[in-house]
Design a protein around this ligand. Structure first.
Ligand SMILES: Nc1ncnc2c1ncn2[C@@H]1O[C@H](COP(=O)(O)OP(=O)(O)OP(=O)(O)O)[C@@H](O)[C@H]1O
Ligand SMILES: [Mg+2]
Length: 389
């Protein structure tokens, strides 16, 4: 657990630290003087589990600020102190996402109890120590196979590689990902998560998902355009921050529209998988999309071409595509009409329904490549740390 204490009062800060150290559990405790003006900066850099703040004035403006804060940092729990705040303030503080309000002068037991309560809540939610890899699927054109590949790669990562995986259907208007891997009607969607964003935590996220496997949850897209309109970029931002902390892999189905929300999600993507097929209209639209992505500031080396429905003896070769797009094809997935149709029509992952199909093998290969690159990245990070030491 990482706990940050912010207060202009040095003596009080030390007292809080001491009381926290009396509770037996490993904790990292940091102290800061700065008030609310530096809060976001501290949260961004330190990513604490718990933030304890003293020295707020009790204006309702502060609550709006705290509400914004918990919206942006849903993985950080807030505990605040107040000297003689009104009951109206206390109610509103709780509603704005503050976990606990403690009274001054400081009572050690109250503080310890509040911290224990928050810690057990965080533990139940599965901790937040992951740095998930975010993979965004974007379709160059409708019908490219982006949703099919996103859902089935997510399934392989969970079922075969034992990774904890989330699939977020961010195709706000035409999202249909849940149908590809499950026969459950989603009880909740992204719109419900957006409506409850100030309460968003790992438990709420997990309970809003269709649980395809114990380690694979899928958050369905809003059911209609009206609900889709309620999802704002700030919601996506909070959702992405949380999902990255909770899952090894966060797979996104972006669909084919670039808008403020999908761009917000792409900002978090480690890899953008652009799905195309080997025909001229797909190649043309891929070219446009690559230009658009680059003009939005995404590096070309973040974009990976996924050539779907590949036929070895087709009119257009992989080399032709690479020449036209001035990019290497990352992976090709064979065309396999019967197995894919059976999977899609029954809503059963292809790995389950056609274990030995070439498409299943291609997806397994992609999963292996991803795991290898994640392990290599971790190793080089560790090496640089050790070298520095
Ligand atoms: N490798 C493949 N072999 C055969 N058929 C495939 C393959 N991949 C996808 N398909 C077929 O293409 C159809 C469209 O796929 P999908 O819905 O995933 O495309 P999409 O890019 O998400 O489209 P949209 O833009 O409508 O969201 C699927 O229903 C499936 O039947
Ligand atoms: Mg789709």
């Amino acid at each position: 657990m990482k706990i940050i204490i912010i207060s202009p009062n040095k003596a009080l800060k030390e007292q809080i630290r001491q009381h926290l150290q009396e509770i037996n559990a490993p904790r990292e405790i940091l102290l800061f003087d700065n008030g609310s003006d530096k809060l976001a900066q501290i949260a961004e850099q330190e990513r604490p589990d718990i933030l304890i703040m003293e020295g707020l004035d009790h204006g309702l403006d502060q609550l709006t600020f705290l509400e914004q804060f918990s919206l942006h940092y849903p993985a950080t729990e807030l505990i605040i102190f107040s000297e003689n705040a009104s009951s109206e303030f206390l109610m509103k503080a709780m509603r704005s996402g503050v976990s606990d309000v403690l009274h001054l002068p400081l009572v050690a037991e109250d503080l310890q109890l509040a911290v224990r309560r928050v810690e057990s809540k965080l533990k139940q939610a599965g901790g937040r120590n992951k740095i998930g890899k975010v993979i965004a699927f974007i379709a160059s054109k409708g019908g490219s196979g982006a949703t099919f590949l996103a859902c089935n790669l997510a399934y392989v990562l969970a079922a075969q590689e034992n990774e904890k995986v989330a699939l977020l259907d961010l195709n706000l208007q035409f999202g249909d990902a849940a149908l590809f891997v499950s026969d459950q009607v989603p009880a909740n969607t992204l719109a419900d998560v957006a409506a409850n964003i100030s309460r968003l935590d790992a438990t709420l996220l997990a309970s809003s998902m269709v649980q395809v496997l114990p380690n694979f949850g899928l958050l369905a897209a809003p059911e209609d355009a009206e609900h889709a309109a309620e999802v704002k970029p700030a919601h996506i931002d909070a959702l992405m921050k949380l999902a990255k902390n909770q899952y090894d892999y966060v797979v996104l189905d972006i669909g084919r529209t670039l808008n403020a929300s999908s761009i917000k999600a792409l900002d978090y993507a480690d890899m953008i998988f652009l799905v195309l097929q080997e025909s001229l209209p797909f190649i043309r639209d891929s070219k446009r999309l690559i230009v658009a992505l680059q003009s939005l500031g995404y590096d070309k080396n973040k974009i990976y071409l996924m050539l779907n429905r590949h036929e070895k003896r087709g009119d257009i070769s992989i080399e032709d595509i690479e020449a036209a797009l001035d990019m290497k094809v990352f992976k090709s997935i064979p065309n396999s009409y019967i197995a894919v149709s059976a999977s899609v029509n029954q809503g059963v992952p292809i790995m389950k329904i056609a274990k030995h199909d070439a498409v299943t093998h291609a997806l397994q290969e992609i999963a292996q490549t991803l795991l290898k690159s994640t392990h290599a990245a971790k190793k080089s990070w560790l090496n640089s740390l050790l070298n520095r030491a």
